[in-house]
Design a protein around this ligand. Structure first.
Ligand SMILES: [Zn+2]
Length: 479
């Protein structure tokens, strides 16, 4: 039995600030929470750990590869300049940063497998990395079969390029893909390979409506209903996607998804920045949830998610970092603050829109549902012992008078305040350092591997400017 003695904690489903308490942990769960005397040592605040409901476990920031500062439609294809590296080290580094940023459960939507091993073998490596770091993961296997480079007519775009550039573009993005049945079977193979990995929830990961044919979406909806396997998909992330959806489904893109049985409590949709009121109602009624990724939306010119409208429509909202936190540091606590700040409605009364409790519910509790974790995200007896111990002395740096810990958390908390992280009763961060792997060594190793691998993508980097210059006009004026 472990006992954590803290100066304050955010307790229960309303995350109310308590006085000093002792939190007892037994068999991975919270066995007791009892009032206690003020601890002698430094002041600490216990809060539930975060669940990152949308991420891709990218090894290093894509900005370091020249992909920064552009809209999603130009950024995404440019990721092809990143050469493959060791999947274990890649996942371990990313997940360790997530843990240091406060998340003990993370969605890994695997949209860019390294591809050096079979997918089930690569999946075993990612699962091993998650176990070593100490996190639970949702593991959504990418599925796609349309619009590989742009939404629309590829010939028109490629014919405008120099022939050798067009040929390289075809080779890079227009490779033939496995059939729908083969892609579904691959998810089954990965699930079989990970059947003994209880910290992994394998899911269908269609990349987005604009990237998946109707046939594929129908087949996934049917397979999910049959097997109970969850689905994780991007939806309406950007304005060009909004326009493409409206053109392709005049009867309504979300209505189409509803009609084929795609929307259900098994589904988590990432982003939905451009979802309209009626679509939010349909999503809410289906029991599907939305993972909102504010920093990513800001970085990639996607816009601002209508968080308060989502909440008002009754949508279960979760929080994701999408591998693209505000400072590219996987800091879940800064993201939590941003989630709250962007979710509030202006003016009075001040409790409209996303409150502190609603933000914590999204970031700690709803996200776990998306990752296949049945409970947790609150500090209550019987719940999984997934929690963060924050440096309350440093949070309350002025120490002038008693101030509610929630106010300090939502005004200034970052990953720098994380002292300890506990996941299912196991300590995985001590004094701000990840215990399960050597994060510095993993990142150093990744940088060396990338430097060694980068010459392989030099031909693509040499002509990327020409391709990017053709993609921009394809969307300009489209919306
Ligand atoms: Zn994403």
């Amino acid at each position: 039995m472990t006992q954590l003695h803290v100066s304050a904690a955010l307790l229960g489903s309303e995350y109310e600030t308590s006085g000093p308490v002792k939190i007892s942990i037994e068999d991975g769960r919270i066995a007791a929470i009892s009032p206690a005397a003020k601890p002698d040592g430094p002041a600490r605040l216990a809060i539930p750990a975060l669940a990152d409901a949308h991420n891709h476990a990218r090894p290093l920031s894509s900005t370091s590869f020249g992909c920064g500062g552009k809209p999603l439609e130009q950024w995404l294809p440019q990721l092809a300049v990143m050469p493959p590296v060791d999947p274990y080290t890649a996942a371990a580094a990313s997940l360790a940063r997530s843990v240091r940023g406060g998340a003990t459960s993370v969605m890994v939507h695997l949209t860019r497998a390294m591809g050096q091993k079979s997918l089930p073998e690569e999946a075993r490596e990612i699962a091993r990395a998650a176990a070593d770091v100490g996190v639970s993961i949702g593991f959504a296997i990418s599925m796609r079969d349309r619009n590989p480079l742009i939404y629309g007519d590829h010939d028109a775009l490629l014919n405008g390029l120099a022939p050798e550039v067009a040929q390289l573009a075809r080779k890079t993005w227009l490779k033939p893909l496995p059939t729908v049945a083969e892609q579904l079977a691959l998810v089954d193979q990965v699930a079989s390979a990970l059947a003994d990995q209880l910290h992994v929830d394998v899911q269908y990961g269609p990349t987005g409506v604009q990237w998946c044919s109707d046939e594929m979406l129908r087949a996934i909806a049917e397979a999910s209903a049959r097997t109970g396997r969850r689905i994780h998909m991007h939806l309406l992330e950007t304005q060009p996607q909004r326009q493409w959806l409206d053109q392709t489904y005049p009867q309504g893109g979300v209505a189409f998804l509803d009609g084929i049985g795609f929307l259900s409590p098994r589904l988590t949709l990432a982003h939905c920045v451009w979802a309209r009121g009626q679509e939010l109602d349909q999503i809410a009624a289906s029991g599907a949830r939305i993972a909102v990724n504010n920093s990513s939306n800001l970085h990639l010119y996607s816009g601002r998610a209508p968080l308060a409208d989502m909440q008002a429509a009754g949508v279960a909202v979760a929080m994701g970092l999408d591998g693209c936190a505000l400072d590219e540091d996987d800091d879940g606590l800064r993201e939590l603050r941003l989630f709250h700040l962007l979710g509030r409605r202006p003016g009075f009364p001040s409790d409209r829109g996303v409150t502190h409790a609603a933000a914590l519910r999204a970031a700690c509790r709803t996200g776990r549902t998306a990752l296949g974790l049945p409970d947790g995200g609150v500090l209550e007896v019987g719940m999984p012992a997934d929690l963060l111990i924050l440096d309350l002395d440093s949070l309350d740096r002025d120490a002038l008078m008693p101030v509610p810990a929630q106010d300090l958390l939502f005004a200034r908390a970052t990953a720098a305040h994380v002292v300890e992280v506990w996941a299912s009763g196991r300590q995985i961060v001590r004094e701000g350092q990840v215990l399960g792997i050597d994060l510095d060594a993993a990142e150093t190793s990744l940088r060396a591997d990338y430097r060694a691998g980068l010459p392989a993508t030099e031909p693509l980097r040499a002509v990327w400017g020409q391709i990017e210059s053709a993609i921009g006009p394809h969307y300009r004026g489209c919306c």
